[in-house]
Write a protein that binds this ligand. Structure first.
Ligand SMILES: Nc1ncnc2c1ncn2[C@@H]1O[C@H](COP(=O)(O)OP(=O)(O)OP(=O)(O)O)[C@@H](O)[C@H]1O
Length: 251
């Protein structure tokens, strides 16, 4: 299996504080990788580096074996095939669910006028397919503002998928979701992974346990260990760094 993403010795400095320290991380194509670790471990910062929001002071981020992402701007990285979902849902509340997806099509996404451009039958079908995938087929004509928190998160994931990313970065996608929404989100991630690679940051250990193949544990800007959820749970250092608030959740 080929490598979809690899970081080499990346370091991120926030005014003297090293949020990421000489980090080497690798993911294979088609993987769903979960990134866990205590608060402040550097998980979100790693996603920020991959999508270009934060620039490392040293190191490289290599996408698909030879594309150097750390030298590119955020929009160029998105064009290369990396989609980033932030924690809070970002959808256009005044537009319908269908229109949100329509606006996110891969072609010209810069203008609202693209909404008025005629869509081909294939484009309509692609949006319908997306609606089904994100469980919003019955909400196509509803305003996005009327959706529940979980449904907004799915819509935003659907909008990202309209861009056909090869790597999808999801930051705490199930935070604030109900149990059933969380379950559906896990199933959605598995469906997405049939055609793409997905890197998920999450704190919900039940969710990680149920839907992860491989887990990377971060601590103080470095990788503490990697493996299946059972393997990382057996690692005494993992229990140690979680000691306190999350020890029971992990162990
Ligand atoms: N823009 C910034 N300026 C200064 N420090 C920052 C900045 N962004 C993050 N940090 C610090 O870097 C460290 C890593 O933060 P990050 O958000 O990546 O951690 P995390 O593992 O995602 O934590 P959490 O699980 O709480 O979201 C933290 O100590 C945080 O306070």
């Amino acid at each position: 299996m080929s490598t979809i993403l690899c970081t080499r010795n990346i370091t991120v400095n926030f005014g003297g504080f090293k949020a990421i320290r000489n980090l080497n991380f690798e993911m294979k194509k088609g993987e769903v990788r979960f990134l866990i670790g205590p608060n402040g471990a550097g998980k979100t910062t790693l996603l920020d580096v991959i999508c270009g929001k934060v620039k490392p002071v040293q190191g490289e981020v290599i996408f698909k074996e030879n594309i150097e992402l750390s030298k590119k701007q955020e929009h160029q990285i998105a064009q290369c095939g990396v989609g980033r979902k932030f924690q809070a849902p970002a959808v256009f509340g005044n537009l319908t669910v269908f229109e949100n997806l329509e606006l996110s099509r891969k072609r010209d996404r810069s203008l609202f006028s693209s909404l008025r451009a005629r869509m081909t039958r294939e484009e309509r079908e692609a949006i319908q397919k997306q609606l089904t995938m994100i469980n919003l087929q019955d909400k196509a004509n509803d305003k996005a503002s009327s959706l529940s928190h979980g449904q907004k998160q799915w819509l935003e994931i659907g909008m990202l998928l309209m861009q056909e990313p090869e790597l999808l970065l999801l930051d705490e996608p199930v935070a604030g979701m109900t149990k059933s929404e969380t379950e559906k989100t896990g199933e959605l991630i598995q469906e997405i992974a049939q055609a793409r690679s997905v890197l998920v940051v999450d704190h919900d250990m039940d969710f990680v346990r149920k839907f992860s193949d491989k887990v990377t544990v971060m601590h103080e800007g470095q990788i503490l260990c990697e493996g299946s959820i059972a393997e990382v749970q057996e690692n005494p250092r993992v229990a140690e760094v979680y000691l306190g608030r999350r020890a029971e959740a992990v162990c």
